[in-house]
Design a protein around this ligand. Sequence first.
Ligand SMILES: CSCCC(=O)C(=O)COP(=O)(O)O
Ligand SMILES: [Zn+2]
Length: 216
Amino acid sequence: MNLTLRFQQLAEDLCHYGRILYNNDWSPATSSNYSARLDDQYCALTSSGKHKGELTPADILVVDWQGRAVNPEGISNRGKPSAETLLHTQIYQRYPQAGAVLHTHSRNAVLLSALWPQAELELTGWELQKAIEGQNSHESRLVIPIVDNDQNIPRMAEGLDPLLLPECRAYLIRGHGIYTWGHNLADCFRHLEALDHLCAYQLELIRLGQMESRQP
Ligand SMILES: CSCCC(=O)C(=O)COP(=O)(O)O
Ligand SMILES: [Zn+2]
């Protein structure tokens, strides 16, 4: 498939997932950004400030790994790339197998990231962990880095750099949201859905005062 056809397909797919994520209440008030890899140089990405429940293909543009809007094969590029573009392109460069990146502001991810005191969330004991690539058992350890929020995205990307280990599939930004990636949008969405539930489990344990008995 040539680049233009692939872009058109992925732009439709990103709009489709935008509607699902908005309807799940994970992308309120123009928050969130989504992308899908086009090839080894470019990805299709949401433009900045769009309502994610009402995305159309005109709200999707192409960026290179430096985060610049480009128009290979004359693909039209309207709007401005997401403010968090560099967090997406960092993932594509670090993980050649990553085909899609979804960032949302789900209530469970935002609240847990704000409450969790440590720099990483270590999960074990949950069957749903197996929805995350590389997790084969409820006894596996799922480590999710948590970084402080920063309006300076290049600086945040720099801080994330040493945390993006080969087995990592997601991270939390404190009080802001979650990033996760996968081979394609469907895999990525599965990660996001599982992680949202896992965050909800942890929040409920905190609420019930049960954390100690669940520490790995
Ligand atoms: C209104 S939420 C603040 C920005 C943000 O965190 C986000 O995810 C959306 O930014 P974008 O530039 O991609 O619209
Ligand atoms: Zn955000």
